[in-house]
Structure formats: C-alpha cells, structure tokens
Design a binder for this molecule. Structure first.
Ligand code: HSE
Length: 379
C-alpha cells in the first residue's frame, strides 16, 4: 500500500511512525504547509501531487477541519483512491456526499479513529449490524472532557488549568471550545447514530449542553449523594425515528461510566440479541488515534472497500419522548424551573422528570440570562 498522508500534526506523525515499522505499507508522500526535516524527501505543499500520483492507492487525511479537508477527500475518492480519515468534523458534516462518492467509485472510506480515538468502536458497530439491530448508542466520547471531569472529582482544581494540561497532552481540539461545549462529541454521536440507524442526522439538530460552567461546588454536591458527573451522549431508536442528545449526566458511583479515568472513553451500544456491549479505551492522543488509522489501512489491504453503513436516510431527532430528573444551578430561576423543582441540592435544585427536549431547549436559552448556569441529567 502506498499512502499519501495529508497532514503531519499530532495524529499524522503517529501514523507515519507506525507505518514506518511495517513492511506492507509505506508513506510515499506527505502534504505539509511548512518543511519538516524528518520527511523533507517526501514532502509536498501541493495536494495535486498526491491525487495525480497513480502509484498512491490510499490517502490518509489527518489535517482536521472542514476545508480543505472535504475538497481533498472528495478529490482523492474521485481519483479512485481509498480514503482513511480521523476527521469527524468532515465525516459528520458531509456524511451523505462522501459515503455516496466512495460507493460510486467502489473505494473504501474509513474513519474508525474519528469516534473514540483508539477504540475499535465503529468497526464493531458495523460488525454488530451484520446480525443484529442496534437500538441505542451512548457513552463518554471525548477524552478532554473526561480528563477534566475526572480531575475535578479527584480534587478541587481550576477548570482552566486542567484544560491547559489536556491541551498539552494533545487530547484537546485546536479550539478546545469544541470539546467543552460538546461540538466534538456531537459529531461523534452523529456519525455513530448514522451508522447504527442507517440515518443521516444533521449534527446541528442534536441538542447539547457542555461542561464549561461546572464548578467545584457542583461536583461536591454530586459526590455527597454518591453521584459522578460525566458528559454523556445518547442516540436511541424510537418508534418513529431517533432521539439524540448530549448532556452532563449524574451516574451512580458504581456505574461503569463512573469508573472511566483520565482521557479514556466508554462507548456502548444496545442491540436486540447482544444487549449492552461497551468499548473502553483511549479516546484521544497521538498513538491511540494513529493506531485506528493504521488498522483501517490494514483492513483495506485485506480487501475492505466500503463505508460502515450502506444507507443514509434523513432523520430529525425527536427528544420529546425521553424524560428524566435534572440538577439545575442558576442564579436566575424562573417560574418554569420553580414549577418543576422538587428539592435543593448544594447550590442548585433537583427537578422532577422533564423531557430532554424541553430541558435542553430551556437551558440553551437560559444561558443568555445566566451564563454561569449548569445542568446535569440524573440517571
Ligand atoms: N479532542 C478529542 C477528545 C480528540 O478529547 O476526545 C479525539 O477525538
């Protein structure tokens, strides 16, 4: 296999190092903007050098971002090359276009590293679907935010300091808002739900609430009740389509999710025959993520020539049928919140069961009145 590598950042360098150790593949060209001594002999600043090189059969895109990644992946597929990417933003946003193009060209489009870093999640979701019906995908899908939450439960720690540490360790996105506000997770949920349910969800249609406003006081209150707070994404097959959302969630301290440390992820599916099956591993970082990229290349060497799902039917998530209790902390309680409040907890209150659709819409709008408000579902 001759690989054209687009990007030589955290993941690109990891892929290069792992491929260097193998005899069945080589990186023959690398697209980089600036010159890097280690790869000077095979570098180019012109992507056409890769797309027009007939000896390159597989393009590995690890640049990130939407553009020009979308154009480059499209060009590579159009040129009849297999594509492996770790880029969840581009796969989530251009899901139908890219999967259709790969199918038309009869080439592989693989993105296992896009969800769960080094966890073989998407390949096993695909495998489950060969025999079974997936009814739910859910879990902790972001290493940076789990790293932050884990640290905040271990000892009182400043949010900004621990976020900086996650950035230094190479876990965080270029703009870490994508981690702490949930966009990164929403992309991973979109891709997982699309594959699980043969759907085409628009990521923007999935409501979310991140961890930007969580405080030490919130965590202390949760721990006093035996809860651990995790940022959890869920997509569920419903009678009429799909429900999908992500929000901080209080789980019992004996729950599997509660035990997930550092930058690890825990992603699960529920299916009719298997019940729950969970995948735990490093959700971010150079070598874990690069491992899934190289594994995709090995699958292509073994004959893999497809995406993980064959269909993508447009669907709009409907969360009105899912309800649970919430912890809400705000200095600007309104009549609606007071009408559903059952008790106080620390600086916040605990509500009765409220639909996810209603609470996440309220919370999003409420941040305009109280930008420090925090909510967490109680599972
Ligand atoms: N920023 C992401 C995370 C990287 O922290 O999980 C892996 O997708």
């Amino acid at each position: 296999m001759k690989i054209g590598l687009l990007g030589f950042g955290v993941v690109g360098k990891g892929v290069y190092d792992q491929v260097q150790k193998r005899g069945d593949m080589e990186v023959s060209r690398v697209l980089v903007r600036r010159s890097i001594e280690e790869i000077a002999a095979i570098s180019t600043a012109n992507a056409e050098d890769i797309f027009n090189d007939a000896s390159i059969d597989t393009v590995v895109e690890v640049m990130g971002g939407l553009h020009p990644a979308f154009e480059y992946i499209s060009a590579a597929l159009s040129a009849g090359k297999n594509v492996v990417t770790a880029n969840k933003a581009v796969i989530s946003a251009y899901y139908s276009e890219l999967t259709a193009l790969a199918k038309e060209k009869g080439v592989a489009l693989r993105c296992t590293a896009a969800v769960g870093g080094g966890i073989p999640w998407l390949v096993n979701l695909e495998r489950c679907k060969r025999l079974d019906t997936v009814t739910e995908v859910s879990g902790i899908m972001n290493g940076t935010t789990n790293y932050i939450m884990d640290a905040m439960h271990a000892a009182p720690v400043a949010f900004d300091a621990i976020l900086k540490k996650a950035q230094e360790l190479g876990y965080a996105e270029a703009d870490p808002s994508a981690d702490i506000d949930g966009d990164d997770i929403r992309r991973k949920l979109t891709i997982s739900a699309n594959i699980a349910f043969d759907a085409k969800l628009d990521e923007e249609s999935i409501p979310m609430f991140g961890i930007r406003t969580v405080t030490d006081g919130d965590i202390a209150a949760f721990q006093s009740r035996g809860y651990v707070c995790k940022l959890i994404a869920t997509a569920r097959k419903t009678e009429n389509g799909v429900a999908a959302w992500l929000e901080p969630t209080l789980v019992d301290n004996h729950a599997l999710e509660a035990a997930v440390p550092a930058n690890y992820n825990l992603i699960s599916f529920q299916s009719e025959y298997l019940g729950r099956q969970s995948y735990f591993g490093q959700g971010a970082g150079r070598y874990p993520t690069a491992s899934n990229v190289v594994q995709d290349c090995i699958d292509i060497l073994g004959g893999q020539r497809s995406f993980y799902a064959d269909k993508s039917e447009p669907m709009l998530p409907d969360n009105s049928g899912v309800a649970h209790r919430y912890y809400v902390r705000t200095c600007a309680a309104d009549a609606w919140l007071e009408s559903i409040t059952e008790e106080t907890l620390g600086d916040g209150v605990v509500t009765g069961a409220v639909s996810v659709a209603e609470m996440l819409a309220w919370a999003k709008a409420h941040l305009n009145k109280d930008s420090s408000a925090f909510i967490a579902a109680i599972r």
